[in-house]
Write a protein that binds this ligand. Structure first.
Ligand code: SN0
Length: 319
């Protein structure tokens, strides 16, 4: 069993319930991973993903090997038939097979380049490992998806009564950022929201439309203030343009989430995957207030990762 994207979750409701149970007794399955090893390969920086996945592995008794592949590994070639007389030292074919001998599970972080949409959408790194490794593969944020974050967000929303009483309103808002950022977090959040019984609205400036295949059927509101009206949850995230691929076409500071905007909501809770640029994406006031769920979201990364690793370990039993 691989965990590559949100579509690998067969029942979100069940998975969230199982993760919440796991959170109450995280050390109950310490035998499950005994004698097995997970390798975490990072092609990009990480704080939460690295530490929470390592913690999740430890909770399951797994050994954990971590490698900053971008800095410490050989530059990998992914193209079949390549004549490797340039900068790339090793082909994914050997690398994936070799790592499969040391690790029973391989988890990979490989962000979008934001240079070449076709290459990013082909998920060259994740798919390269999937094709050539002989062990299960876990996505720790690829070019187009961050399913472990979206699962953690689903847990956080559920803990904060998303599914209690009256139907809730959730808003995903684009927010300004100095750098061009990937679409992965937004994509997986949208996929997750599509499986929830809520009113879901995306708000962004014109030109920041997400991949239409992912956002199809979702209500889009270009007036951010209007979108915030009566919202129970506001999830902020920056992403670069999809149509003008990887470009920053606006840094409009009026899109920052501040107290004035949160006052339009129904005592709404603020969410962000972190890391977050203070006073650019969200004001100190909001981030430091009781309405913010960002620290809980980060905590739930451990249990989303642990649930996924548990399911993979269970699927390996008797093989
Ligand atoms: C990443 C992203 O996909 O947006 C990871 C989020 C989990 N975020 C960043 O790269 C932020 C970098 C910055 O300099 O603020």
């Amino acid at each position: 069993m691989d965990f590559l994207g949100f579509d690998d979750i067969n029942s979100l409701k069940d998975w969230v319930a199982q993760a919440r149970k796991l959170k109450n007794a995280p050390l109950r399955y310490q035998e499950l991973g005994a004698g097995k090893t997970i390798g975490l390969l990072f092609f990009n920086p990480s704080l939460r993903t690295r530490l929470s996945t390592q913690k999740a592995a430890q909770n399951l008794g797994l050994n954990c090997i971590v490698m900053n592949f971008d800095k410490e590994g050989w530059a990998l070639e992914y193209l079949d038939g390549a004549v490797m007389d340039q900068g790339k030292s090793e082909h994914i074919r050997e690398a994936a097979q070799v790592i499969s001998q040391y690790c029973d599970i391989i988890a990979i972080r490989a962000f979008a380049s934001l240079q070449d949409r076709e290459r990013d959408e082909a998920e060259v790194v994740l798919k390269g490992f999937q094709e050539h490794a002989s062990v299960p593969i876990v996505n720790m944020e690829s070019s187009t998806a961050h399913p472990l974050q979206a699962l953690a967000d689903a847990i956080t929303l559920d803990e904060n009564d998303l599914n209690e009483k009256a139907r809730k309103k959730v808003v995903l808002t684009w927010a300004p950022h100095p750098k061009a950022l990937p679409h992965a977090v937004a994509n997986s959040f949208v996929k997750m929201m599509k499986q929830q019984d809520v009113d879901f609205v995306i708000t962004h400036p014109e030109g920041y439309e997400l991949n239409p295949e992912i956002a199809s059927g979702v209500q889009i509101e270009h007036d951010q203030n209007k979108a915030f009206e009566n919202a129970d949850f506001v999830y902020a995230k920056n992403w670069s343009s999809y149509n003008e691929y990887g470009k920053v076409i606006s840094r409009d500071p009026t899109w920052m989430v501040d107290q004035k905007k949160m006052a339009l909501t129904n005592n709404g809770r603020f969410m962000h995957c972190l890391p977050v640029r203070r006073n650019v994406v969200v004001s100190d006031e909001v981030l430091d207030s009781e309405t913010s769920l960002v620290i809980e979201q980060a905590n739930n990364r451990t249990y989303s990762a642990q649930l996924v690793l548990m399911k993979i370990l269970e699927s390996m039993k008797g093989q």
